[in-house]
Design a protein around this ligand. Sequence first.
Ligand SMILES: Cc1ncc(C[n+]2csc(CCOP(=O)(O)OP(=O)(O)O)c2C)c(N)n1
Ligand SMILES: [Mg+2]
Length: 556
Amino acid sequence: MSIEPREGHGGVHAVDVARAHGVETMFTLSGAHVFPMYDAAVKAEPAMPIIDVRHEPTAVFAAEAIGKLTRTPGLAVLTAGPGVTNGVSPIAQASFSGSPLVVVGGRAPNNRWGSGSLQELDQPPIIESISKSAVTATKVDDIAPAMDEAFTLAGSSHRGPTFVDVPMDEFFNSTTVTTPSAGNTTAPIEPDPDALGQIAELIRQSARPVLILGTDVWADRAEVAALHFVEETGIPVIANGMGRGIVPGGHPQLVTKARSTSFNQADLVIVVGTPLDFRLGYGIFGGKEGATPARTVHIADSPGQLTTHAELAASASGDLTLVFTGLLDSLTAASQHGRRPDWSSWIGSLQAEVAAATQRDNELLTAEADPIHPARIYGELLPRLADDAVVIGDGGDFVSFAGKFVEPKRPGGWLDPGPYGCLGAGMGAAMAARIARPSSQVVLLYGDGAAGMSLMDVDSLVRHNLPVVMVVGNNSAWGLEKGPMQWLYGYDVAADLAPQTRYDQVVTALGGGGEMVTDPKEIGPALDRAFASGIPYLVNVMTDVNAAYPRATTGI
Ligand SMILES: Cc1ncc(C[n+]2csc(CCOP(=O)(O)OP(=O)(O)O)c2C)c(N)n1
Ligand SMILES: [Mg+2]
C-alpha cells in the first residue's frame, strides 16, 4: 500500500493513514487539540463519519469493539490531558483482550512545552504499560509514519492498543507526505512444525481430550480452520470469550455446558488463543482428590502470549490457521497408518452431561418466580435472537447468566467484559456493533450498576441514529459485590442501588424508548416491542437480588 503525495495539515495525513488501514469511523469527544483530525475527516473524500460521545470511555470502548468485531483496528481520538486520561481503562481493556485499537491523543504544543499551557501532560509514559506502543509524533512530518506504524502494530498478532499523541502546533502545521506502508499487519508467524508434531502425538495418545477455543482464534481469523479441525477430529470443545460461536451453539461437539466435568475428567486439555488465567483455573485441570490432573497444552497466536506460570506438556505459537491445519495434517498422516483415536464414549458421556445441564437450565429459563429470576430474561431473549445477532454483556451476575445461557450460532457476535472485567464497556460496544453490523440485532445486556456508567451516551445513540436494544437486569444492587461481601462479612455495604430506578425513562428522556417490566410474562412482548421500535430502546426488568449467579471461580 502506498499513499499518493499529499499536501495538508497533520490531521489530513493521520486520517489518510487511518483510512488506508481500513478505518471507516472515528470515535471522539471534542477538544481543540484534535480539531485537525475532525477537519480532515470532514473534508476527506468521502468524508469519514465522526461519532462524538458524551464521555471518552465510550469512544474508546467503541473503537475497541470495532477492532473486535471487524478485526481491523478501530480509531479513537481523544483531546489532550483529561481526554487521554479518561481513555486509560478502555485502553487497558484492549490490551488485556488483544483488541486492535489505535488511539490518537491531542497534546499541548511544542512551542509552549514546559511553560504550563492548558492540559500540558506527557501522556505516553501513562499509556506505555497498557499498550503495545505509546509515542509522540514530535513533528508534522512524523505523523504519517507514526500512525502507519501504530496501525500495523495494533493489527499484528498479538493484537492490542497503540497510542500516538501529536503536539497541537505540529498537528496544525502543513507538510507534503508520501507514506510507504507494508500493509495492515506484519507477516504471519509460522508455528514450529516439531512443536505441532508433539502436540498431535499427545492428541493421538489421549483418551479424553478437550479443546478450548478462545478470543484469539477469532481475532487471528482462524475460525474456519478451527471448525474444520474440530469436525475432522471429533474432539469435544469448550468456547471462551470471542471463541464462542466458532463451533455453533447446539453442535454435538460443543460441551461448554459440561465444562466442569470436561475439565475434571479430561486427560488432555488443549487451550488455543486465550491465556491460562483465572477463567481457566490458571491452566490446572482436574487433579482433585488425588486424581491425576490433565496434561495441558497451550497454543497462542504469538510467542509472548504463551503461559509462564502453568506446567505444560507442550506448547506452540504462531498463526492459528497454520496451527490448526498443521495439527490436522499431522493427525491425518498418522491415522492413515491406522491410528485414528476413538473418543466416542468420552464424547457420549459429555453429551449426556450437556443434555442434563440443558434440562436444568430450562427450569430456570422458564421460571415463573416473583420477583423475576434473571434467567427468565434469557428464556425470553434466546428464541428471539437471530443467528447473526451481536450480544454484548456489561455487568456482573446478570452477564454471567448470559454467558451460561447464550450459545451464539456464529463467531464474532459475542462481546463480554473479558479478563479485564471493566464495567462500562457495553455502550461503546453497542455503538460499534450497530455500525459494524448494520443489519444485525444488537442487544446490550446491562446490569443496573453497569448501566449507570454509560447510559448518558444513549444521547449519542439518538443523535447518530444508532438503534440498539438494551436490557437491564435490575436487581437494585451491585449484585456481584453484594453477594460476596455478605458471604465474607455477614453484611454488605456500598452494594445497594436505589430500588426500581427507571433507567427506561432515562432513555425516553434522551430521545429513545423504553419500558419497565415486573411480570415475567411481559418480558417477551417488551422485547418484541424493543426489536420492532427502530430506536434505542431499554427494557428495564426488575429482578430478584437474591438470585445470585452460582459462581465457581472468584477471579483471585
Ligand atoms: C469499572 C469497574 N468498577 C468496579 C468493578 C467491580 N464490580 C464487578 S461486578 C460489579 C457489580 C456489577 O453490578 P451490576 O452491573 O448491577 O450487575 P449485577 O451483578 O448486579 O447483575 C462491580 C461493582 C468492575 N469490575 N469494574
Ligand atoms: Mg445489579
